[in-house]
Design a protein around this ligand. Structure first.
Ligand code: ARG
Length: 293
């Protein structure tokens, strides 16, 4: 008996693919890139001299939206505003946990006006508990919910003071993580949640260690000893800017190495082309705000 249960245990450890990955239905908020351009530079990916094809961006965005719908998720949309070319990156405009909303406050003046459009969307769509932050807070760009704690990035955009505000407003424990590589200026281009904590199992994440300070790397290794460790290759195509429903992982088509690792762990990679949006430093996750509860 003892021998049999030990065999089972070690098989599970050696073949994590044996773990059944169960998707859960999600609700997302997206914004069509109708006015998408790259006309200012607020991260190293942006180059106003490189031409942007807005129609192609809309096509890629539409394919992303249809991918979510095909996977059974519900996608809400917010009306894009002329003069706000980065509004497509809806993940930066709110953090929603259990129906509570913490709005955003952008670092770059060029994006500042986006926050109020989203605040109004929340109010018009039945959210009662909407708080706007005092400190610079780029929402899910720097916040990742694991089901237990809110992982919170800082270093380039979100002010560390916003982490304490998020903890107080949302009523969830926050773990601060320090980003150090300007190419990976938001947490969501360096780390993502593969499956939230559930049924006594801990959350599973994927991250690129070199994007974080040494102290933060030790924190992540301590909290997530079984994490998928990403490489420079995964990060450089914004492959880590992925969206998982616990089983299906939507990620950029170039991220083939990461996709193979995820398959070996029992996940189902779903590849999308986001080449136009990457010219602004964004990928699938940046275009996707999750509405939780
Ligand atoms: N151009 C945008 C910016 O630099 C891209 C934002 C990408 N969003 C994200 N969640 N990482 O603000």
């Amino acid at each position: 008996h003892t021998f049999r249960s030990m065999t089972l245990l070690s098989e599970t450890a050696a073949h994590p693919a044996a773990v059944e990955r169960v998707p859960t239905t999600r609700r997302y908020l997206m914004c069509e890139p109708k006015y998408f351009t790259v006309e200012y530079v607020i991260n190293p990916w942006m180059d106003p001299d490189q031409p942007v094809d807005t129609a192609k961006a809309v096509e890629q965005w539409t394919a992303l939206k249809e991918t979510y719908e095909r996977l059974g998720h519900k996608v809400e949309t917010i009306e894009p505003e002329p003069g706000l070319p980065d509004m497509v990156f809806s993940a930066n405009s709110g953090t929603v946990v259990d129906g509570r909303v913490l709005g955003s406050r952008f670092r770059a003046p060029q994006r500042a006006a986006e926050a109020d459009h989203f605040r109004r969307w929340f109010l018009d769509n039945g959210y009662r508990d909407v708080v706007m932050p005092e400190r610079i807070n780029e929402a899910e760009g720097d916040f990742a919910w694991t089901g237990e704690v809110l992982l919170a990035g800082t270093g380039f955009r979100t002010d560390p003071g916003a982490h304490a505000e998020a903890q107080e407003t949302l009523g969830v424990p926050v773990v601060s993580l320090h980003l150090v590589d300007p190419r990976y200026y938001h947490l969501d281009v360096a780390l993502f949640v593969l499956s939230e904590a559930h049924d006594g199992r801990r959350a599973e994440i994927a991250y690129y260690p070199a994007a974080f300070s040494e102290g933060t790397q030790r924190v992540l290794a301590r909290l997530f000893p079984d994490a998928v460790i990403c490489t420079e290759e995964d990060a450089a195509c914004l492959g880590i800017n992925a969206v998982s429903d616990g089983r299906n992982v939507v990620l950029p088509v170039e991220a083939t190495r990461l996709a193979a690792v995820l398959t070996a762990r029992g996940y189902e990679p779903v590849m999308v082309d986001i080449s136009e949006l990457r010219k602004s430093g964004g990928g699938p996750k940046c275009c996707t705000m999750e509405l939780r509860g």
